[in-house]
Design a protein around this ligand. Structure first.
Ligand SMILES: [Zn+2]
Length: 84
């Protein structure tokens, strides 16, 4: 476990940078580079719905059909950042 970003659900192996970065410059193994940089979230004020909408947009840009992108983002509320 832990191979997916706990903010957006992207597999970290698919992250071009291999993960986000911590404040000390080390690699995050929890969040991807699109969500987390230098120890801070890039979208700190996001609700889970806003994160899902952003991910659908990004996945469609990569050529994923809208329905697949929608399905893919259904698991986001269960990820570590959002589950309370
Ligand atoms: Zn992410």
């Amino acid at each position: 476990m832990g191979a997916n970003c706990q903010s957006c659900g992207m597999p970290l192996s698919k992250d071009s940078l291999g993960g986000g970065s911590e404040a000390d410059g080390s690699r995050s193994t929890t969040y991807c580079s699109l969500c987390y940089e230098k120890g801070e979230f890039l979208h700190p004020g996001f609700t889970v719905e806003e994160m899902q909408a952003l991910c659908v947009t990004e996945l469609k840009k990569k050529g994923m059909p809208a329905i697949m992108a929608w399905l893919f983002t259904r698991g986001i509320p269960k990820l570590g950042r959002w589950a309370t």
